[in-house]
Design a protein around this ligand. Sequence first.
Ligand code: CUA
Length: 173
Amino acid sequence: MKKKIGFVAALALFGLAILSTRYYMVDLPVWHLFGGGQGPDPVTLHLQGEFVESNLGAAEGPAGSLTVRMIAQQFVFVPQCIVVPAGVPITFRITSADAVHKLSFLGTNYGLEAVPGVVTDATFTFAKAGEFKIPCHEFCGAGHYAMRGHLKVVPRDQFANLLPGERRTCEPR
Ligand code: CUA
């Protein structure tokens, strides 16, 4: 009898673990039902609105402000490699196309949660030039441990000389 209870409990836990990585299929519809979620629709992220592909990566706003837009999805960040200038406040805006992810800048205290249907934003300043790995720090499914992006912080004048396409992503092409 005890064994059976253990088995059922293990099965239930396993089921919950799977469900927790299917946020957009389970939690999100429930949340929408209760009137939540004014953010971008995870399903059409790539097609319309703020997070279309041409709008991702670093972009200069009014008064020289800098915004980086990213999508987290199983199991990559888009863009996978972002380049920003050192010593400048940078506003990150991130959302998710599926499960909850967490982008963390290794070696700093900076982190950002990516939640489907929500835009999370935060402003960080990287004091010095350098390279940072940005692993996902929220279990998001089978590929979670391989999910990592890359951040390149370059001197301000070097960033100013980059072409618009090079600012959007530093992925090799
Ligand atoms: Cu994405 Cu873990």
